[in-house]
Structures are given as structure tokens and as C-alpha cells.
Design a binder for this molecule. Sequence first.
Ligand code: ADP
Ligand code: MG
Length: 260
Amino acid sequence: MEPTDTSPATSNITVRRGEPLVVITDVNKHYGELHVLKNINATVTRGEVVVVIGPSGSGKSTLCRAINRLETIDSGSITIDGKELPAEGKALAQLRADVGMVFQAFNLFAHKTVLENVTLGPIKVRGMSKADAETKAMALLERVGVANQAKKMPSQLSGGQQQRVAIARALAMDPKLILLDEPTSALDPEMINEVLEVMVDLANEGMTMIVVTHEMGFARRAADRVIFMAEGDIVEETTPEKFFTNPQSTRAKDFLSKIL
Ligand code: ADP
Ligand code: MG
């Protein structure tokens, strides 16, 4: 775990101090005529938990996908641990391994067991032996509370269990950070908490996390910072407390009035 220091970094935002891990500078992205990321600037430091929130279509997923190169950007730069994102090849596979990603729709490999889902990356990308990968995977499945499901196929698990497997799979690569894009929004209500609990534990353990979510409870419990996006812009960037109790922009006020 990274050392953290919760003293105020600036006059009005308390962040855990650390080195910058993700630095996003002047990033622009278009889909045809649509300007989906408008000169985005943001930094995420080690050990920090950033919640990204905003209306549907505001560019949250595009930003997440750009961070691990599932999307290209038109201009600007994104560095992870000081390194520019490679365009392709082995360096890109390495970078993707450093950035764990958990999607809304669980995205497990349907034809592999739960255990194989978690061991595949470490064996193929990290060159780990099968035995070591299995030992590690079982420990991670234990940690997210689904070790007893290891031999099953993903379709035999509930949505909440599948999403916890997806988190274990991301952790198996020892990522430098984890991106979670609406990890609970496809879940039945009774399963949301079991996934949020795992996420809160990870946050408490010092994992660097970028989480797109509208779960205010998670943001309040775990986030150091909230980034509010609308129409491709970062409109507000503040603490969860300030964002939820005293949003500054009209767009944030409108948005909150709809979700709260
Ligand atoms: P959010 O995650 O905030 O809902 P997205 O990043 O998914 O927003 O999308 C931002 C905008 O870009 C939306 O208007 C969406 O329709 C559009 N968009 C997303 N992906 C594509 C794509 N592959 N091609 C064209 N337009 C896209
Ligand atoms: Mg999205």
C-alpha cells in the first residue's frame, strides 16, 4: 500500500498526497462532428479515489476508455506513471495490464471458468506459472467473497458475483490503478451493496481508483474527489461533501436534482 497523507493539499480540497499517476493534458476527442472530450485536464495521484459523475452522454466512458487506449484521442496526452500511452503492440498490452478495467456489463470470458477468468491474464501477460496464478487467483476470489464459485462458469453466477469476479480479475494483474465504469448500474438493487463493499475495501487499502458511478453513498464513503462532467467538459472538481451538498454550477444542480 502507498503511504498517504490526508492533510489539505490546497486551501479547499483535501486530497491524499502522492505522486501523479495519471496525468491527462489537453485531451480532445471527436466522434465525427461530436466533440466528446473538450480539452480535458486532470491528474490522479497515487492512492487517490476519484469518482466521475455526470449525465449520460457526457463523455465519462470515453474518458475511461481513452485512459487505457481502448479509444484513441485526437490531441493532447495521457500519461500513466510518467509514460505516454503506447499506440499498439507489446507496450500497449503491458500498459493495459497496469490499468485494471471493470465495465458495467461484467465482460467475463463466458467459456472459461471463474478461476480461469482470473488466471488467464497473469499467465499470458505476466508470464506466471499456472500453479502460482491459481494460488493468487484463489486468494483474490476469497478476498471478494466468491472463492466457492471458482469452478463454475460465469453464467452460473449472479450479477453481483460476476462483477466481484471481474474485480478479482483486474486485481490479478497487480494494476497500478483500476478504472470502474458504472460497475453497479447493471445490477439488481440487492446486489449493488456487495460490489460497493468490495470497492470501499479496495479504496481503504490504498488502491488508486477512477470510478464512474452515481452511487452517492460510495462517493461519500470512499472518494477523495468528485469530477463532474457534462457535454465533454469537466464542469466541477471538488470533494464529495461539497459536490453533493453545495454544487456550484447550474448543470451540476440540475443533474443532482434528477438523481437524488
Ligand atoms: P457517458 O459514458 O458519459 O454516458 P460516453 O463517453 O459513452 O458518455 O459517450 C459520449 C458521447 O459520445 C455520447 O454522445 C455518445 O453517443 C457518443 N459516442 C460514444 N461512443 C461512440 C462511438 N463509438 N461512435 C460515435 N459516438 C459515440
Ligand atoms: Mg458511460
